[in-house]
Design a protein around this ligand. Structure first.
Ligand code: OAD
Length: 243
């Protein structure tokens, strides 16, 4: 349940931010990372999501991403993704800043999506950084080689220890610093610099709302916590504000 204050304020807000994490895609059948059945409770992030892991065993890392892409290939946006895209249609300035690499926001019709951790659908050469944006054969587990330098091809995601895409984090910080309402949705707020964005927003005077069935690192900073699944909460918010 959202507060009366939020329901009254949202339609009048000049700028709104949705910061999203793995939880918003959970209802689309995509695993989160830190929940009890999350990916980092089954697999080692150092082996599968770091430069060292890729250098040590590029085939294993490639196969794991191919497996995740196969799951994603059958996934569809859920009611939470659609509700955020719908809110963008009615309000003048709504940014979606996501830590997710699954492109489900865009599949739901969202605009102004800032991808902090890259995306899993495209690739680049590990050695010369040549971009490979065409769809790849999901049934092949074979590690492809760069046609220019024969380097190994890697997914276009951000791994542990890597810098975030500069433009993306700059944009995220700029809009977070000056917004009226900041929603933190489906993220444990354990990973920086994304976890700092709600605090930046608060410092700038924003009203901070968390949507998450569990308590997180930023819960105590939030003005309002809605302990529900995003696929339920966000469509209800749409109804509450009469869109
Ligand atoms: P986490 O797995 O750390 O957190 C997922 C959060 O979603 C948890 O707080 C859950 O309680 C919540 N959640 C689960 N189901 C939900 C639902 N249906 N609706 C709303 N909330 C729900 O995922 P992130 O915070 O996104 O980075 O993780 C951040 C980064 O850590 C990821 O982008 C990834 C990972 O390592 C990289 O790979 C660079």
């Amino acid at each position: 349940m959202f507060s009366e204050y939020l329901v009254d304020f949202l339609p009048r807000a000049k700028r709104v931010i949705f910061l999203t994490g793995a939880g918003v895609s959970a209802e689309s059948g995509i695993s989160t990372f830190r929940d009890p059945d999350g990916l980092w409770n089954k697999f080692s992030p150092l082996e599968l999501a770091s430069i060292e892991g890729f250098v040590n065993n590029p085939e294993r890392v490639w196969q794991w991403y191919q497996h995740r892409r196969q799951i994603l290939n059958n996934a569809k946006p859920n009611a939470g993704h659609y509700a955020m895209a719908k809110i963008q249609e009615f309000l003048p300035d709504v940014h979606i800043i996501t830590q997710n690499v699954d492109r489900l926001h865009q599949a739901a019709g969202a605009k102004n999506v800032v991808e902090l951790h890259g995306n899993i659908l495209t690739n680049r050469c590990f050695k010369c950084a040549k971009a490979y944006t065409k769809e790849i054969d999901l049934d092949s587990g074979e590690l492809p080689k760069c046609e220019s330098c024969s380097g190994n091809i890697r997914p276009d995601v951000v791994w542990f220890g890597e810098m975030l895409p500069e433009k993306a984090i700059e944009k995220a910080q700029e809009v977070s610093e000056m917004c009226d309402i900041f929603f933190s949705i489906g993220t444990s707020s354990e990973v920086f610099p994304a976890a700092n964005l709600p605090l930046l927003a608060k410092k700038g005077g924003a009203y901070l709302v968390e949507i998450n069935p569990s308590t997180t690192q930023i819960s105590k900073e939030a003005d309002e916590c809605v302990r529900e699944l995003s696929g339920n909460a966000l469509p209800n918010l749409l109804k509450d504000i009469g869109f």
